[in-house]
Design a protein around this ligand. Sequence first.
Ligand code: ATP
Ligand code: MG
Length: 422
Amino acid sequence: MSRAIQAIRGMNDLLPDVLGLWQRVEQCAAGTLRAYGYREIRLPLLEKTELYVRSIGQVTDIVEKEMYTFDDRNGESLSLRPEGTAGCVRAGIENGLLHNQIQRLWYAGPMFRHERPQRGRYRQFHQIGVEAFGMSGPELDAELILMSARLWRELDVHDVALQINSLGTPDCRARYRKLLVDYFEAHRSVLDEDSLRRLQTNPLRILDSKNPALQGVIEHAPSLVDHLDAESAGHFARLCALLDDAGVKYAVNPRLVRGLDYYTRTVFEWVSAALGAQATVCAGGRYDGLVEQLGGRATPAAGFALGMERLVEILVEQKSLACTGVPQLYLVLLGEVAQRRGALLAERLRDDGLFVECDAAGGSLKSQLRRADRSGAAYAVLIGDAELSAGLVSIKALRVDEVQEQISELNLAQVLKQRLAR
Ligand code: ATP
Ligand code: MG
């Protein structure tokens, strides 16, 4: 036998056992987003590298070292998308969706970043992203946050906490940046190599450092919320009031800066204690300058992206394993007539809306029941030649303690539905 080929590091197969949860999240998200007027958009996985350099920023981690970039056969530099906002804005401008319009859009799919693979961090991962254009007020920021909060409720995700911050306008951020550089220059001796580099390129990101040795100096650094321009401060105060009105709890985290350059004013993250070091399950904010930066007319915008792998992991941790894609019923077919009629009976049960797996491998009662058990089904329906000629079948609960019962074939769907609803 020759050596088996393995997948690329950090790029995972998603196996059927976990995909039931993925589908549940996807369906739930599609429903929730629709309830707020968001419509789906599908975008290419490859874009010109320049798009990401111009939007995410040259000196960000993503563009500096995480992109899958290559020259195609025409010598043009292309990159696998590391995130969805840039492509969405590009498509919005190109298709005339943004100018003088309100757009609420969402997309879902894989993103690619060459990071060090670890729990909650992969090289191919999946996001559901949401982008809204043409609305400048904090009401939109609140809508995005309320919408994500509703999704957690629908999915029964608990223990996620909201952190918010404001990054102000580019002008006030530039002023704050000077303050911050002065402050960190004065504490140069305690900075690590990464932070010293960032001091030149992207000093705000030092605030985001996870190095325990830096936490003291970071804690005492000047805070951007204290240096906001009046309009940004007003925007932030109004957002806080809207969240208070809606009963959404949040913490203001002055060190929340986000890794992408394009954010302005509101930024937020939903963080879960169930996830270990990679704790952020959903992150976003306002990016009023990006559309113009990418060649469109100035258009206010805001959005967020949630990490599917991390969200599914929370559900697994919470043991919310309902609806994992297993069948409700497994048909055990004993005898020639039963085998012939089994498939038709299964069809009728499916017409009645039930999820049915029909044995097709044959064998003894014992071996078919073993397969029924492995399928994860809640009930086995036992169909034998003799009973069938009398119009009878037996139902056997596989996960709970219930006596096996013989019932009329005609009542089967109804009885099973009642049992499954219990
Ligand atoms: P982190 O701080 O964890 O690196 P980020 O700020 O780079 O996250 P964003 O670009 O804002 O992340 O992406 C939004 C969400 O996508 C994250 O909150 C996370 O849930 C998910 N995500 C980002 N990178 C990865 C990855 N490499 N693997 C799995 N999920 C990811
Ligand atoms: Mg990252």
